[in-house]
Design a protein around this ligand. Sequence first.
Ligand SMILES: NC(=O)c1ccc[n+]([C@@H]2O[C@H](COP(=O)([O-])OP(=O)(O)OC[C@H]3O[C@@H](n4cnc5c(N)ncnc54)[C@H](O)[C@@H]3O)[C@@H](O)[C@H]2O)c1
Length: 377
Amino acid sequence: MKTIRIGIVGFGYMGKMHTLCYQNLAYFYRMPQDVKIELYALAAPHPVENLPVQFQKVYADYRELIADPQVDAVDICTPNYLHKDVLLAAIRANKAIYCEKPLALSLEEARDVKAAMEEYGYKKTNRMSFEYRFCPAIMRARQLLQEGRIGRIIQFNVKYYGSEFLDPLRPISWQSTKAKAGGGVLYALGTHAIDLIDWLIGDVESVYAVKRTVFRERPVRGENRTGKIELEDILNVLLKCREDVTGTLLLSQVAAGAGIDFAVEIYGEKGSLKFNQENPNVLQYFSCGDEQGPIGGFTGYKAIETMQKYGGEAIFPPPRVNISWIRYHVASIYDFITAVSGDRESHPDLLDAYRVQMVTDAVYASAEAKKEMEISR
Ligand SMILES: NC(=O)c1ccc[n+]([C@@H]2O[C@H](COP(=O)([O-])OP(=O)(O)OC[C@H]3O[C@@H](n4cnc5c(N)ncnc54)[C@H](O)[C@@H]3O)[C@@H](O)[C@H]2O)c1
């Protein structure tokens, strides 16, 4: 029996999400008989009230959690400014890693992480939480692209809109502070989009970006004053990918009415694909090869039902049941656990996240310089 002892660092929104996934994996998947998952340790700077799970150890300092020889895998759910230091400590200690996005505050920090992996000959399973890769509709899109169903890709549009920062009275938090978040909507939402562009379409070669901060001041919590906001609320980017594929990336965190409005459209020579997280149960597929007729024939977008059709070891709920965003996290964590149990690599990994950070760095450089920026790989 192999026991994988998990150490969660940070128990906010994502710490809870990951914990929920580990705790419930055995409902969703036929787990290998010889693998046991133990939610073993938590690192949290303040006592967490009403913990929904009994960790055997609760540390106030993540360094103690990483130094604990019982911890096999470190799951990083802290604010962005801590990612680099926790990653470096986990790499040095040779632990498996599951890390929330973004990799780090900047490309410079991301380089330190990459350098540490090289310096320590780090080979453990390491994963980034780009969970959209585990949405069946997105997985099906990749499959259709690889089968050449829409032919050579010509262009794409990716839009990720939310409304989390539309309220001007939302107080300043780590998410709106440059020193703690590193980036605005580009890091919060755009990193997911860039990872998918990289995964589905290919290397981003250049970007031209325009950014805007809509609310330049926000209340300081508990004080009768406002503070300045440096991070962007909106980013519009023109991209060029390998083989002259051109695309747009539109990001906003101030779009009224947007829940998780994450839309991906890919147009090829023989057809097109469309996905929207607001209806994630289907992938829209158009084929130029469909039979034409004077009053329509069979042309038009076909809604491929992807629902929860994971296949493989996924056993619950049935594949016909509607899917939600939480399920992608479950699938992502299952993939991580099976990789850790087999001591193998799995993607998206830290180096995939490094590639994303190369693009985000170029996006900010372009927006500052007001010109197109190449990404040198
Ligand atoms: N993949 C996704 O869909 C997704 C969604 C939201 C957030 N995120 C990412 O997850 C990370 C966490 O975001 P969140 O929304 O959970 O934030 P959060 O503010 O809800 O939680 C962060 C937690 O980290 C804790 N923390 C702070 N300093 C710590 C330290 N030194 N040691 C241990 N814990 C510490 C805080 O107490 C808090 O509980 C961020 O990097 C964010 O970008 C990812």
